[in-house]
Design a protein. Structure first.
Length: 273
């Protein structure tokens, strides 16, 4: 069985379920060992249930079934020290770091000021923290590496509602593009590549829940000319594995000269805007 990532270690935030779990399983299937991090507790402004310790344990079991090693820790991307401790636990056992997937994110779309603060803290500052705690190890190793930031179609287009949480979501996802482009330049001399992925709607608990569906219905109901929120290709939502496939390519040697790009995996959603 071809395992193009054999011998490499990937640090993944938001790994307990959804896209994060899919990234962990795909990279593990390609031979990488995994450091899996997730908050595993609720944030007050987020109306839908966030991941639990049981979800993280399920990810561990699935990764182990691929034959990969995995170190899982609870950690908060808003807290740099918390992330650094989780990373160190992984380094102590797995010995190195080659891949970073900054995936953790929330979508408190209908929330007010608290939602704005929380979504900026998690989706933007959390990505900054993730990169900052991981790059010293990759630079010191001297072997290069790959960082992938999971943004959104809302990071490349002004879509959403007037709710503070929704505006904050789009602002954070746009901000990730700025982070990606700066880090791509800063880290290029170390042969560390940095890219962002921009999915349309993905079938995960962050999207497929009653609160987010109600928010989408509200956008349509409150508009005199409802926006077309559909994809160009005949698919309503993407699977988490579709995004994981893109991650696997970006972190592989096949993309060894790909850095500083915004990769839309969106079934043509953005092309219709």
């Amino acid at each position: 069985m071809d395992r193009p990532l054999r011998g490499r270690v990937a640090f993944i935030t938001g790994a307990a379920r959804g896209q994060g779990r899919a990234h962990a399983l795909r990279l593990a299937s390609d031979g990488a060992d995994i450091i899996a991090v997730d908050l595993c507790e609720q944030i007050a402004s987020v109306p839908y249930p966030l991941a639990t310790p049981d979800d993280l344990a399920a990810t561990v079991k699935l990764v182990e079934e691929t034959g990969a090693r995995v170190v899982a820790r609870r950690g908060d991307v808003r807290d740099r020290a918390s992330l650094a401790a989780a990373l160190q636990a992984g380094l102590d056992e797995l010995g190195r770091l080659d891949i970073v997937v900054a995936n953790a994110g929330i979508a408190p779309m209908q929330a007010g000021a608290d939602g704005w603060r929380d979504v900026i803290d998690v989706n933007l500052t959390g990505v900054h923290h993730t990169v900052e705690v991981t790059i010293p190890t990759m630079i010191a190793q001297g072997d290069g590496g790959s960082i992938v930031m999971i943004s959104s179609a809302a990071g490349l287009a002004g879509i959403g509602s007037g709710d503070a949480g929704s505006i904050g979501y789009a602002a954070a996802k746009h901000g990730m593009v700025g982070l990606m482009r700066v880090y791509a330049n800063l880290l290029a001399p170390h042969n560390i590549r940095v890219n962002s992925i921009h999915p349309a709607g993905v079938d995960t608990p962050m999207i497929n829940n009653e609160w987010t569906r109600a928010w989408l219905d509200q956008i349509v109901a409150q508009s005199d000319s409802p926006p077309d929120m559909g994809n160009a290709l005949p698919v309503q939502v993407l699977a988490p594995e579709d995004i994981a496939n893109a991650v696997a390519w970006l972190v592989s040697d096949q993309a060894r000269y790909v850095t500083g790009i915004t990769l839309a995996v969106d079934a043509g959603f953005l092309n219709k805007r």
